[in-house]
Design a protein around this ligand. Structure first.
Ligand code: NAG
Ligand code: NAG
Ligand code: NAG
Ligand code: NAG
Length: 458
C-alpha cells in the first residue's frame, strides 16, 4: 500500500518546491551535524557560529545553497578530523586505562608485601624461626648439629609433636657460647670423652642447661669397687677409687675431709667431713634460725611427708637424715671443685646435677617437702628468685612444706624486698625467724632468715 502511494506524491511536487525541500533537508542535516559536532567536544566550536547565523538569516537561495554545500564540505572535513581526534583520544584513554590498571596491580602487590612484612615481624612463621635456628647452627661442627637437632622422625609427622622433626632439649645459652659448645662437642665418637667437667659446668652456668648429649664414654675410674651397702653407706666416706679426680683440686677424700682446716674459699668447705658438723645438722632445733628435722616433720600428720627435694644439697646429709625417717629426698648439686654428685650417690641417695636456674623437673602438686639451705639468697636477681619461688610453689602439693634454711641478705633488703616477695607468691608462714650475721661485724648489716612455709590447702 505505501509503495503505491509514494510515486504519485513525488510527481505531484512542482520544481520550485523541490528546491525548497532540498534546502530544508540540507538545513536539517547541517543542524544535526552541528549538534553532533558540538557534542563530540570539538575545540573549533566557535567557527560554527557564522554559518548558523547565515542560515537563520535566509537570503538568496541558490548562492546560499552553494555556500552551504561548501560549508558542508568543510564540515565533513572537520568532522573527519574530529573523528580521527576522537579515535586518538580513545587510544590515549585506553593506554592510560591500562597504565592505571598496571598501577593498581603494582599497588596491590606492594600492599601484600607490606602485610607479609608486618605479619612476619608480629609473629615469625615456622619457616622464619627455623631459618634463624639454622643460622645459629650454621658454623658449628656436625656433631654439635646432631646434638642440638633437628632430626627427621622415621615414622613421619607426629600429631602429638605437631611436627615431622624432633629436637634435643638443650639450654638456649648453648648457642650464645658456640666456641665453648664447639669445644665441648669435640671428641671421638664412640671413644672416651675428654675430662672437661669445668668446661661443661661453666657452659651450664652460662645457660647451656641442659647440656647437649654426647656420643662418647666418660672416663671410668680404675679399680672401681662395689659401693657400701645401706644403711652404712649413708654415713661412710666412699673409697677413693670410686671416682675420677682429674677435675678437682683434691685428689682423694682425705684431702676433701680435711678441707675445712685448710685455707682458701671452697664451696661447702666442711660438707665432706661426715664426722664433723655434718653429723649434727638438723638434729636439733635452736628455736631460731636452725630448725630440727623432727620438729618440722611433726608439723604434719605422721608419715605424710614422704617425698621431696633439697635444692643445692651439698654432700646430701639432709637427704640422708630424711632417709632415716623414711622420707625420699632428691638432692640437686653442682660440682664446684668437689665431687658432690658422686659423693651423694655413693651414700645411696639420689643426686641431680642441675643448677638453680632450671625449672624443676617435677609435675605440679606432687612433692611433700622442698628444702634449701644457703643456695637461695641475695646473689640471685630478684625477678629470677621470684620465678624460682613460684616454681617451688608449683611442685609442692597442697599442704606441702617449703623449708627455707638460712637465706642470706642485707638488713636493708629483708623487709623491703624479701618479705613482700614471699607474701606475693602466696605461702602461708608457719615459722619465720631472722637473725643478724655478726661474724663480719655489725656494721655490715648482714642477716639470715629461716622460714617454714606451707602451700595453702585450697
Ligand atoms: C568537497 O571537498 C572535496 C575534497 O575534500 C572536493 O574534491 C570537492 O570538490 C569539494 N566540493 C565542493 C562543492 O567544494
Ligand atoms: C691425698 O691427696 C693429697 C694431695 O691432694 C696427698 O698429699 C695425699 O698424700 C693423699 N692421701 C692419700 C691417702 O692418698
Ligand atoms: C621406716 O620404715 C621402716 C620399715 O617400713 C620402719 O620399720 C621404721 O620404723 C620407719 N622409720 C621411721 C623413723 O618411721
Ligand atoms: C623488719 O620488720 C620487722 C617488723 O615489721 C622489724 O621488727 C624488724 O626489725 C625489721 N628488720 C629489719 C632488718 O629491718
Amino acid at each position: 500500500m505505501g509503495g503505491e502511494d509514494s510515486t504519485p506524491r513525488k510527481q505531484a511536487f512542482p520544481q520550485s518546491q523541490m528546491k525548497y525541500k532540498f534546502k530544508i533537508l540540507l538545513l536539517i542535516v547541517l543542524t544535526n551535524l552541528l549538534t553532533f559536532y558540538i557534542f563530540t567536544g570539538n575545540n573549533s566550536y566557535s567557527n560554527f557560529q557564522n554559518p548558523i547565523s547565515r542560515i537563520s538569516g535566509g537570503g538568496a537561495c541558490d548562492s546560499a545553497a552553494a555556500a552551504l554545500i561548501l560549508k558542508l564540505n568543510a564540515t565533513i572535513d572537520e568532522l573527519a578530523a574530529s573523528r580521527s581526534e576522537i579515535s586518538q583520544l580513545r587510544k590515549q584513554l585506553k593506554s592510560s586505562h591500562s597504565q592505571t590498571e598496571e598501577l593498581i596491580n603494582e599497588l596491590s602487590q606492594l600492599n601484600a608485601a607490606v602485610e607479609r612484612a608486618a605479619a612476619a615481624s608480629d609473629r615469625p612463621t615456622t619457616a622464619a624461626t627455623k631459618s634463624t635456628f639454622d643460622n645459629l647452627l650454621a658454623d658449628v661442627s656436625d656433631e654439635a648439629k646432631f646434638a642440638v637437632g633437628p632430626h627427621k622422625l622415621p615414622l613421619g609427622y607426629n600429631p602429638r609433636m605437631g611436627s615431622d622433626e624432633i629436637y634435643f632439649s638443650v639450654g638456649g645459652g648453648c648457642l650464645n657460647h658456640k666456641e665453648d659448645l664447639e669445644k665441648y662437642m669435640s671428641y671421638q665418637v664412640g671413644g672416651e670423652c675428654p675430662v672437661d667437667d669445668s668446661l661443661s659446668q661453666t657452659l651450664m652456668l652460662m645457660g647451656c642447661e641442659p647440656l647437649p648429649r654426647r656420643r662418647c664414654h666418660p672416663k671410668s675410674p680404675a679399680n672401681y669397687v662395689e659401693p657400701n651397702p645401706l644403711p652404712k653407706s649413708l654415713w661412710a666416706t666412699p673409697p677413693d677409687t670410686s671416682i675420677i679426680w682429674d677435675p678437682y683440686t683434691c685428689k682423694n677424700y682425705t684431702c676433701l675431709t680435711n678441707r675445712r682446716k685448710t685455707p682458701g674459699i671452697y664451696d661447702c668447705k666442711d660438707c665432706f667431713e661426715l664426722d664433723g658438723r655434718e653429723k649434727t645438722r638438723w638434729l636439733y632445733d635452736n628455736g631460731g634460725l636452725d630448725y630440727g628435722i623432727d620438729q618440722v616433720l611433726e608439723m604434719k600428720p605422721r608419715g605424710t611427708i614422704r617425698i621431696g627435694l633439697d635444692i643445692g644439697g651439698g654432700s646430701g646429709s639432709f637427704a640422708a637424715r630424711m632417709r632415716e625417717r623414711n622420707v625420699t629426698i632428691v638432692t640437686t648439686s653442682m660440682n664446684f671443685d668437689g665431687p658432690f654428685n658422686s659423693f651423694i650417690s655413693s651414700r645411696g641417695l639420689i643426686s641431680m646435677h642441675v643448677s638453680v636456674s632450671q625449672r624443676f623437673p617435677f609435675f605440679e602438686n606432687t612433692l611433700d617437702i622442698v628444702h634449701s639451705m644457703h643456695v637461695l639468697s641475695n646473689w640471685i636477681p630478684d625477678t629470677m628468685l621470684e620465678f624460682t619461688l613460684y616454681d617451688i610453689y608449683r611442685v609442692l602439693r597442697p599442704g606441702g612444706l617449703f623449708w627455707l634454711d638460712r637465706f642470706f641478705c642485707f638488713g636493708s633488703q629483708l623487709n623491703s624486698t624479701y618479705v613482700p616477695m614471699f607474701d606475693r607468691v602466696g605461702f602461708r608462714k608457719l615459722r619465720w625467724n631472722t637473725g643478724m650475721k655478726v661474724d663480719r661485724g655489725l656494721d655490715k648489716n648482714e642477716w639470715y632468715f629461716s622460714a617454714l612455709l606451707e602451700k595453702p590447702m585450697t
